[in-house]
Design a protein around this ligand. Structure first.
Ligand code: SAM
Length: 394
């Protein structure tokens, strides 16, 4: 029988800690929920009711873009309370997971090595790997040490921290296995690319493989590989896949320069990778996808929507991540013309488009009865979806 901790599926690599650690984790997740569900909805009325009128009085015009909205909102005490509480909750989430991991790290690393030996697919993590500075120089979304810090060649701490921390951070919205996004893209592939049967699949920026494993479940005969620049994440991913009984390969490689041969893959996907790269790296990632795809193969990048698809106030809300959650490329990436970038990388214009991969909701991700435990796509969630950029190599 599947077992859960605060709604997250237990597996042999998941590290939660003792009763006190769990209590802290659940408090931090609740605080995040309170901020998002109770404080965030108050920002609109505060803006309409007092910030916009004050801005107009001072400047003789209503705030017209997200930057002007921000310039008015930052001095408002309600906004300051929201932003502060959100940041505190975020830091508490990571520290509540980090504490038990630090106490138990040798055992966690040993368990990873042991489990990895049961995964028949490749594991590659190189000690001298050059991690791009945009990853190594900052603790993205306040995760202590980021994705690549390691104390030894066996260290999996960053992966373990991410696995538990991101479940709390997303308040369980990605489902018990944190794989809602991967499942959504799988569902999109099933529904939109009728009869497409890839034999080699690459997931770029896979972190611990949350979104990678659904592809192995959907295409069990395919060779599925996840790559990431974070060594500890790659090692954790390989062990986690083994804990879940799946032979999926994980390699420490840079998505902009993978080293794989031309035309190695039928399907290349990424999930919330692009906004964590850089203005220089992102076009290189697209070019690399084009080089790596076989003719007839697809590139699908899932991320949040570009700014031009939403109003200025929602842009401002989303852009808070840039300012208060150590996500330096979050806003800038949303202003780029990604479709043109795909064309510049070699994809024919008529094969490139944005689409929506309907979101698979947590209630659809609950484990099915044991006798039905095969790939379960879940139901389309009305209105909800992940923005995907899709392109085909002719
Ligand atoms: C938000 S996480 C992705 C989450 C993951 N795809 C999932 O669905 O669970 C972003 C990941 O991209 C990785 N990354 C950033 N730049 C990269 C690059 N050039 N090549 C490979 N991975 C990269 C980071 O190390 C990090 O693990």
């Amino acid at each position: 029988m599947a077992e859960f901790v605060s709604g997250q599926s237990k597996h042999d690599m998941l590290t939660v800690g003792n009763h006190d650690d769990l209590a802290r984790q659940e408090f931090a997740m609740s605080l995040k929920g309170f901020t998002q569900n109770r404080l965030l909805p108050g920002l609109g009325p505060v803006f309409e009711g007092r910030v916009a009128p004050a801005f107009e009085k001072e400047h003789g015009q209503a705030p017209s873009d997200r930057h002007q909205i921000r310039s008015g909102m930052v001095d408002d005490p309600y906004f300051q309370t929201y932003a502060l509480t959100n940041r505190v909750a975020q830091e508490m989430i990571w520290s509540s997971v980090q504490a038990p991991l630090e106490r138990d790290l040798d055992a966690v690393n040993d368990r990873a090595a042991q489990l990895s030996s049961a995964n028949a697919a490749r594991l590659e993590s190189a000690g001298d790997f050059a991690v791009p500075r945009y990853v190594s120089a900052i603790d993205i979304h306040c995760m202590p040490g980021g994705y690549s810090t390691q104390e030894s060649e066996a260290d999996v701490a960053a992966g373990a921290l991410y696995d538990r921390g991101v479940y709390l951070y997303s308040m369980g919205m990605m489902g018990p296995d944190n794989d809602g996004m991967g499942r959504s893209v799988c569902l999109f592939v099933q529904n939109q690319l009728d009869g497409f049967q890839p034999s080699a699949i690459l997931d770029m920026g896979c972190t611990v493989g949350h979104s990678t494993l659904p592809f192995k479940e959907l295409f069990p005969d395919a060779d599925v590989t996840g790559i990431d620049v974070g060594g500890p994440c790659i090692r954790y991913a390989h062990a986690r896949a083994a804990a879940k009984g799946l032979d999926v390969g994980f390699m420490q490689r840079d998505a902009s320069q993978t080293g794989f041969e031309d035309e190695s893959f039928d399907l290349i996907v990424s999930h919330i990778l692009l906004h964590e790269t850089s203005g220089k790296a992102m076009p290189e990632v697209f070019k690399e996808c084009y080089r790596l795809l076989k003719p007839g193969g697809y590139m699908i990048h899932a991320d949040l929507p570009p700014f031009l698809k939403m109003g200025a106030f929602n842009q401002f809300i989303l852009d808070n991540e840039t300012y208060y959650n150590n996500e330096p490329f979050w806003g800038a990436m949303r202003d780029l013309d990604q479709e043109q970038m795909a064309v510049d990388a070699g994809f024919a214009k008529e094969t490139v488009r944005f689409d929506t991969a309907p979101m698979v909701m947590p209630e659809d991700l609950a484990p099915p009865p044991e006798e039905e435990q095969e790939f379960v796509a879940g139901e389309f969630a009305p209105g909800g979806g992940w923005e995907v950029l899709i392109a085909r190599k002719d």
